[in-house]
Structure formats: structure tokens, C-alpha cells
Design a protein around this ligand. Sequence first.
Ligand code: C2E
Ligand code: MG
Ligand code: MG
Length: 750
Amino acid sequence: MRQFLRSTIGTSLLISLGLWLIGCSDFVGHGYWNIVYKNSSRAAPASIVLVSLDDAPTIGTAEEARLLDAVRRTMPRNVFFDLAVNPGSDPRGDADLARAVASYDKDLTFVVRASRLDKFTPESFKFPPKQIRGGAPLALSAWSSNFLYVVERAPYSVELEGRSYPTLSTVLAGVKPAWQSQYYPDFSVDPDRVRRVSGRDLLKGLVPPSELAGQTVIVTSLGQAATGRYFGREMVPLVMHDIAGAVALAKPLNTNLGFLPLLLLALVTLAFGSRTRQRRLKVLIYAAVVAIVLFAPAPLRQQGVILSPDLAILMLTSYGLLRLWQLRTRRIQHTSVSGLPNLLALTTSKLEVGRDVVVAVIARYEEILATLPHALHGECARQIERRLSIGSGAGEIFHSDGGHFAWTEEARPLEMQLSHLQGLRSLFSAPLQVGEHTFDTNIHFGLDRNEGLDALTRVNSALASANEAMGNGRAIELFESHRLAEAPWELSLHARIEEGLRNGDIWLAFQSQLDLRQKRVVGAEALIRWNHPTRGPIAPDAFILQAERAGRIDSLTYWVLEEAITAALELNAIGPRFQMSINLSAQMVDKADLVGNFSEIVRRRGIDPDLLTIEVTETSSVRNRPAACHNLAELRALGFRLSIDDFGTGEASLTYLADLPSDELKIDRRFVSRLLTSDRDRAIVTNTILLAHALGQTVVAEGIEDSETLARLRELGCDHAQGFFIGRPQPFEAFRGEYAKGLSRKTGVV
Ligand code: C2E
Ligand code: MG
Ligand code: MG
């Protein structure tokens, strides 16, 4: 049952029942029957004739008596007297009327109308005076209306002070009160097509008696009679409702089955349709049920079977709207070009227990797409998806436009999972063949094993790890859950950094840079340090990254600059020219106020910017590359020296070199440390030195840990050297002491 209520059909049923409870179905029912009746116009039974005196309220009992006599002479079957009787002003007329009534014996019935709709109390009925009515029978006319005061139904009989009076329609139709207490008029009867005769003409003898002979005659006043709203039409004299009621009652069946049959039909067909796989059949079934609900009640009504379509219409409408909404979300959750579900769909799904989330990113995906005609983009994605799904055995692969593919894997032991992904990677050693185009590609994986976290977090983690893997050129990156545990620490980082700067936990270390030709220390790199009172020393890479993520890198950078200037001024004061290097975070390079702040600081501190080297690393985290290049060019124009740090590790160091007018290249220690052992690394270092010199740059080799490496670098023509072998990063006091000692020896360390 709960499952049913959660299904689309169940939900739409609940919605429609809710709408029914607050009365919305009345609107639907009203609208429906109004349309149905507006478009139907049936003639009333010819056996009912209205004799109408349009000035009735002004006529007296004498004239009423004459009219009744004239009607009687035409030999009608029976007569209903539907005029107000106001005796008292004309005693002779009163007597005449009493006589005329009596002359009908029981064939004349007095009509007694309720003064208002929905009012069934004794006070609302004005019975004709006994002295005129004599023994003539009575028929009441009393109507119930809907919320818009449109006459809707009437009781078979009205109970007044212990007596039961039949209503006019039942008497006209000659039916006895049935098991149900109400009946519903057939409003398809067109009031304009009820036969009518002018009472005046009848009095003047202008109406042939055959018009009324053998018919049911209702003597009434159409001109100024009480009126009520009639479905599909405006205000109509209430006698028309009585006739429509009689027409309804004359049908063989007169049963109101309510809303249940159509609602059940809609439910059953929708349930059946939703199980059908064939699209065409499904559409056919839905069309059939809509047609039945909309078009069956009207003809059935003609047979006397009343079905209310309101609730079924509400239910079908809610179902249709829900389905549309579902289709829309489905569309949103599908990547348009490939037709595959996108990552959003995975993030909103419920991940099964015991699954790892894997995101694969295709290297150079954008480039591949750029060379393909648009029509083949989807095919390209689907080919990758096929390889992944064959290799991983995953049922569903999710894809986002940026070349990311995600799925879940059974959570195997880590070693097995990693080798499984490595195996998957080998599937991509064969080139992709899309149309006539062939591509070599590479794939990187991000893996999230943090079961228990929500899907969104896990997919994002795996995604970030995949990007990181691609950035670092690694095959697989595992998302480390301890990063999440760091969240509170990262959030309060700003306050902690401020505190660290205040109480000296954060400080600058200086690592010397040796000129290989002059064989003396000519400069130093300022490296930030943090000895946290409880966490111990925190690696700069780590907290710089955190500070960047938390947007707290600015204050740190300016503090480093100020401290490095203080050190540079002092070192320059005690010896020859001394070059001070500082590191500039990639997050800062594109900032609009960077150049202004740097120039203000050097002016205020009175240092020649030429003595300061700014080291920048190429990382993908530079958001606005043109702004970054512009800033760096301006800093250089101000006199700062520019150095490209960690050269050879970034994705596009050569591009960076081409774009940036730099003064110095720092070869990353990854290459330097293997200079003696790896031919490839030696080739890289040798050629980087040649390249740098060809571009007029100074070369710094970092990470020198032994004398052999230093000697080899000197042979290769490297200009400057930095590394533990030359000097470890140390506090300023220690650094200055050593530097001064070196100066006095007049030679460098080596
Ligand atoms: P980097 O700019 O490439 O700095 C050189 C790193 O190599 C330093 O690590 C240094 O201690 C280390 N190093 C120097 N010689 C040797 C050696 O012979 N062997 C080995 N194994 N390592 C050596 P550190 O101080 O841990 O800094 C790491 C990175 O943190 C720096 O790399 C730099 O990118 C960043 N960093 C340091 N201070 C700052 C700063 O004030 N601002 C910014 N934005 N980044 C900084
Ligand atoms: Mg550096
Ligand atoms: Mg470096």
C-alpha cells in the first residue's frame, strides 16, 4: 500500500482526493456539465404545454377562474396551477376560482414553490388558501443549487410538519419516491423548446382546443416568474427546471453512481498503461481512458445513468502533470548530446551499500570534441561509455559534458580496486575511433570510498580527485576522508593564522641560493613555516592550500613580503647585492589589487624592487589567465624579477614561458634529484638550461642534496643552486649568522 501511494498513480490519487476535500472537484464538475449542456439542445416532451399569463401577478382571482375554465374546455389530460393566488379583494372572483378548481375534481394540482433555493422549511412555502384549493392535490417545487447557485438537484418529496409532499417533477413524470432521495434534471432540455401558449390568446378564443387536448398543461407566468440558473444557460423560470426534472425522471434508469466508477476506471487503466512497455500501446491506453472520462458521462446521462467525472479528471490531470514534471527532471538529468544520465542523476540517487564511487576524466576531452563535428559528440561519449561499462561491469554510467564519467563499483579491498582501475585504464590504450577520426586518449580516475556519506558529497569528492589525478598526471587519486575531518579547522583558519602571526608560531625560513660561477651565496628564498602549538609543524604546501581554499591567502602573502623585505634590507646592508625570493600563490596572481599593493609596499619600505624575485608556479588554479599575465608583466615593469617555479611540472610550463616575460627558471627538484640516475631527467635538465639561456633567463636548480649533483649542474652551465646540500631553510638569525660568516671567509659554502 505504501509503495502504491509513493508511485506516480498513488501520488496523483492522493492529490486529487486532497483537491476533492477542499472542494476543487465542484469547480471541475460545474465546468464539465456547463460545457456538456451548453452544446446540447433537446426538445421538451410535446405532451407538456405551458399556458402563460405574462402579467400574472396583476391579475385577480376572477381572471384566473376564467383562464382555468378556458383550459378545461380544451379537455387537457391534467392541469398544474402555478400562479399566485391572492384572495380577499374580490369575493366573487374568489368564489369563481374555487368553483373552477372544484370543477377539475382531482385533475388540477396546485404548484407550491419554495421562496428561495436550498430552503426547505415550512415558512418558505406559501400554500394556496383552503377555501379556493378545496380538495385539489399539491406539488412542491424546491431546488438545491451548487456553489455558484446553479440549480443542480431536487428531492423526490419534501417533508413539512410531518407531512410528505411530492415535488412537481415527480408528479409530472408520474414516479413514486425512489430509494434515493434526490434526482438530477436533464439540462439538455432546451427551455426555449418547451411548448407554450399565450393565456390571453386562449381567453380570446384564438387557440385551437386541439393544442391542449389530452396534454399536461401548466398554467404559469413566464414573464415574472421566479427564476434559477440553468446549466449551460443563464437565468430561466423555475418551471423549466421542473420540466427538465420530469424528463430525467421519465428515463428508464435514474441512478447517480457518483465519481467512483470513473475514478476506478482511470486508476486501473493508468496502472495497466504504466506497466506496458510498448510506447504506442501506452499512448493508446491513456488516450482511451481520457476519452472515456470526458465523453462517456454525457451519453450515459441521456440513459439516466449519472457518472461524475470530476475526480477522475482531477486525477488524470494530476497524473499528467506529475509525469510531465518527471520527464522534465529526467531530461535535466540527462546529458543532452550523449543521452546518458548525467552526474546530477547520480548525486540524487540513493547509493547502494558497499559501493565505491568512481569518476573517470578523459584527458583532452574538450580538444577531442573541438576536432569532431557536433553530430559525433554524442557518439564519442557513448563509445567511451561502452568501454567503461564493459571494463567495469557497471550497469549505468553517468556522464557530464566536461568529459567526466561516473559509476559505482563494488567496494573491493583497496589494492584490488586500484588494480581493477589500472586494468580499466589499459582499455584506453587503444585509440578511440569516432567516425573517420582517430584519437589517442588517456584516462584518470578519482575514487571515493567514504561509504555512509551522501551521494552528492561522494560524487563531488570523486570528481575533485579525478581532476586532481589528471592535474598531477596520476592514474588514480583516492579521496582522502581526513580532508572532511579538516573542515572545521579550515573554517576557523583565518583566526588561527592571525593568531599564529601574532604570537610568532608563523615565521619565515630562509634557504640560500648559491651562484655557481661566483661560488658564493647571492640570495635566498623565503619559505613560510608554521609551528602550531598543538598540531606541531604544518607543511607550507598544506596550509597554503587550505588558506587558498578558505580565501585567506592575501594577508599571509603581504606579511611574507614585509618580512622578506626586512630581511633583504638587512642582508643587503651587510654585504654585496643580495637577491630575495618570495613565492606568490596562484590564487593571488590574477587579483586586481595585487600590483597596487606590491608597489605601495616597496615604496613605503624604500627597497629597490629589483632585489626581490617573485616565484610563480603554473597551476590550473589560476582562474583568470589574461589578468594574471597582465599583473605579472606590470610587476616586472615595476622592477621586480620574475621566476617560474617548479618548471617542468605544470601541465603547460612551456606555454607559461611563452606567455610570461620572466627572468628566471627554477628547475623542479623532481628532475634535479634524479639527475645522476636517470638519462631522461638529465636530458630534461640539460635542455631546460639551454632553453632558459636561449631565452635570456637565469636558471636555478632546486633540491640539490649532494655534491655530485651540484658538480654536474655546474658542468651543465646552471647559474644558481638551492638545496639541503647548500643550506637548509633556517630562521633569519641563523641564516644571517651563516651568511655573515661566509662573507668574512670571502668564499661561499663550496
Ligand atoms: P617551493 O617554492 O618549490 O620551495 C622549495 C621547497 O623545496 C621548500 O619546501 C624547500 O624546503 C624544499 N627544498 C629545498 N631544498 C630541498 C632539498 O634539497 N631536498 C628536498 N627534499 N626539499 C628541498 P617547503 O618549504 O616545504 O615549501 C613547499 C612549497 O610551499 C614551496 O615550494 C612553495 O610552493 C610553498 N610555499 C612556501 N612558502 C610560501 C609562501 O610564503 N607563500 C606561498 N604562496 N607559497 C609558499
Ligand atoms: Mg619557490
Ligand atoms: Mg619549487
